[in-house]
Design a protein around this ligand. Structure first.
Ligand SMILES: [Zn+2]
Length: 655
């Protein structure tokens, strides 16, 4: 960053502090009040995935007024942006992608000149709005009238047949990493925190939910308001400043069931009972999380269990985690996903990666915290099992990625931020924090981490700022400890430093013995004590591979595969993680009877974590695999969210 730019940053920091101190008096002065929005300091905080120039003018609040048209598959209406700028600023640059802009007006309703710039395949377009020069300490609103397009990458418009109920359509959004700009014209950068409110009009037989409170501008709990013509309006407010990737919307035939006074679940009525039973441990998890790292600062914690096309396991939208229905296994075995999304209420939503190069600060901290919640609620054994599964997955990732992409701090310039969404951020990040915990002791580590969340609440974080915080508040000049931790190697070097230690779970010892007996020594599947094992032990068994296995190498016979499939009833497995693990073995052997299982699995859910690796496995299996991949994808693609189909398109091609 140039000297001139640094001058602008400090001028804006002042403007931001002044602008927001006026606002924060209306929300009360308790310790829970979000502080003034400060721009992220330092050149490494410059986000290469936005067109915005927040050092000149930045958005601090977004007010949406949108109508959902399920026939046209569009959201149309206005976004009113509240803007702070340095004195003399006469433009603001926003991010948009596939939006149709109708006009931009000032607070008096006068049209403002605007220019939509060239499209970048990853970033979309800059929308530059021009206005008379800002005076010192001024704050202004502009209103953009626009509509989304049916192909908006954040939005998925489902036909009734793609829902459980089969009667009514459904709409949901997925903003992370840089897709919010396909439905909200704003500065779409994780370091530019914004409060938001919304007025959403939708068909009256549907319910609207958002990552916000159902509140009127006066702070009253709002009931939907009938608009006539078969439409109803719902109002929302999010008073805590959040990164724009957390603005989220769901519209469908959904109902609510509580767990306790502050937690509950939304989903389609026919799935509500099952979801309420499966996810009931949520209430206990919130209490456990608060005991570990301080108060939950977002009011309610609810879950929205989506239709099967939801592309991720979960998305930590504040107050309302969005989750895949594939975690409803019938035995609460996959609830660590709730612990994960809940942990994001501290790591990610409170302390946020300033740019996608530091995604590990969101995910590594969250995987660490998730495991601590699991340990609190389910005990040490279960937590260790999940740590070992994470370690195994990390080893595979380390082998498959180019060395430069195995650093925690990445350089994603010119690339899609999705390239950084892998086990390096999640599992290597968590392993780093466990290494620090083991070295300094849990009590000292916990005291530091709790303080880290408090000191940095509602602020963007970079790797350099994290290192500074931990050196100031935990290491405190202890040179021996500093060299023992190897922190710079962990964050800036590829692979794992020499102080990384593999976790051990004794519960996996009999599993490994059974795996060797079946897979290596060719014993019968009837000797596998499958019914004695929990889901994590079963995952470990199906994840077993011979040492040094090459991709494409067949290491089981058809007779062994048939024995395994029949004895463990794998063709009818109801747990999505286990179905996935079985198909990864079976398809890599071109085991024909498993194609029907794969087809059913790939056309009944759209979670990218399952879908993409299975198509990749098929793709590696020559004409047999590619033919099956193309045929199944042609059938499955209409089900998938653009996040998933975009990834599979790159592999298989558009059918
Ligand atoms: Zn996460």
């Amino acid at each position: 960053m140039t000297r001139k730019a640094l001058g602008l940053v400090s001028a804006l920091a002042l403007a931001a502090a002044m602008g927001l101190s006026a606002c924060s008096t209306t929300t009360g002065g308790s310790a829970m009040t979000p502080p003034a929005i400060a721009p992220a300091p330092g050149p490494e905080a410059v986000d290469v995935h936005t067109h915005a120039r927040p050092e000149i003018a930045r958005v601090v609040d977004v007010a949406l007024d949108l109508t959902a048209d399920f026939n046209a598959k569009t959201l149309a209406g206005t976004a009113t942006l509240d803007i702070l700028a340095i004195p003399g600023a006469n433009e603001i640059v926003l991010d948009i992608r596939d939006l149709d802009i109708q006009d931009v007006r000032d607070a008096a309703g006068q049209p403002l000149r605007y220019v939509v710039g060239d499209n970048d395949a990853v970033l979309g377009q800059p929308l530059t709005v021009y206005f008379p020069a800002f005076a010192a300490n001024e704050r202004r609103k502009i209103t953009i009238r626009y509509s989304t397009r049916p192909n908006a990458a954040a939005l998925q418009w489902l036909n009734p047949s793609q829902t459980a109920g089969g009667q009514k359509p459904y709409l949901f959004s997925q903003g992370q990493a840089i897709l919010t700009r396909t439905w909200v014209p704003t500065q779409d950068s994780p370091g530019i925190r914004q409060t938001y409110s919304a007025r959403i009009t939708a068909p009256e037989d549907l319910t609207v939910v958002m990552s916000a409170d159902h509140l009127t501008p006066n702070g009253e709990r709002a009931a939907p308001h009938s608009e006539g013509g078969g439409m109803k309006t719902w109002r929302f407010r999010m008073d805590n400043p959040i990164p724009p990737y957390l603005i989220a919307l769901g519209v469908g035939d959904i109902a609510f069931a509580p767990f306790d006074g502050r937690t509950g679940v939304w989903t389609e009525p026919s799935r509500l009972r099952a979801a309420q039973w499966e996810l009931e441990p949520t209430a206990q998890m919130v209490t456990a999380a608060e005991k570990l790292y301080g108060p939950y600062r977002w009011g309610r914690y609810d879950l929205l269990v989506l239709p099967p096309s939801f592309p991720f396991g979960g998305m930590e939208n504040p107050k309302l985690t969005f989750a895949t229905p594939t975690i409803i296994a019938g035995d609460r075995s996959l609830v660590s996903l709730v612990a994960h999304e809940l942990a994001h209420s501290w790591s990610g939503n409170l302390v946020t990666n300033a740019t996608w190069n530091d995604f590990w600060l969101n995910e590594g901290f969250t995987v660490y915290f998730e495991n601590r919640i699991m340990e609190s609620v389910y005990g040490h054994d279960r937590a260790m099992q999940e740590q070992v599964l994470g370690w195994d997955s990390l080893q595979d990732t380390l082998k498959s990625l180019p060395a430069a992409d195995t650093r925690l701090h990445l350089d994603l310039k010119g690339r899609d931020p999705d390239d950084g969404m892998n086990d390096i951020a999640y599992e290597k990040g968590a392993l780093f924090l466990r290494t620090i915990e083991r070295t300094v002791g849990r009590d000292r580590f916990d005291a530091w981490l709790r303080g880290y969340f408090d000191r940095n609440a509602y602020r963007p974080m970079t790797t350099a700022m994290f290192l500074e915080d931990i050196r100031d508040n935990l290491i405190k000049g202890d040179a021996a400890l500093e060299s023992q931790l190897q922190m710079d190697a962990w964050v800036y070097q590829p692979g794992l430093p020499s102080n990384a230690v593999a976790p051990v779970s004794h519960a996996f010892e009999p599993v490994d013995a059974a795996a060797v007996a079946f897979f290596k020594d060719k014993g019968p599947a009837s000797a596998i004590p499958w019914s004695d094992w929990n889901t994590q032990q079963r995952q470990r068994f199906l994840g077993w591979r011979p040492e040094g296995l090459r991709t494409g190498a067949d290491w089981l016979t058809n007779a062994q595969l048939a024995d395994l499939e029949r004895t463990l009833n794998l063709a009818n497995e109801g747990n999505a993680e286990l179905t996935f693990a079985w198909l990864q073995i079976a398809l890599a052997h071109r085991y024909q009877p498993s194609v029907a299982t794969a087809e059913k699995f790939l056309t009944s859910q759209g979670r990218r974590k399952f879908v993409l690796p299975l198509f990749q496995t098929l793709w590696n299996e020559g004409d047999w695999g590619r033919g099956n991949a193309r045929r199944i994808y042609a059938e499955a693609r209409p089900l998938y969210h653009p996040v998933t189909s975009g990834s599979v398109d790159q592999l298989v091609g558009r059918p």
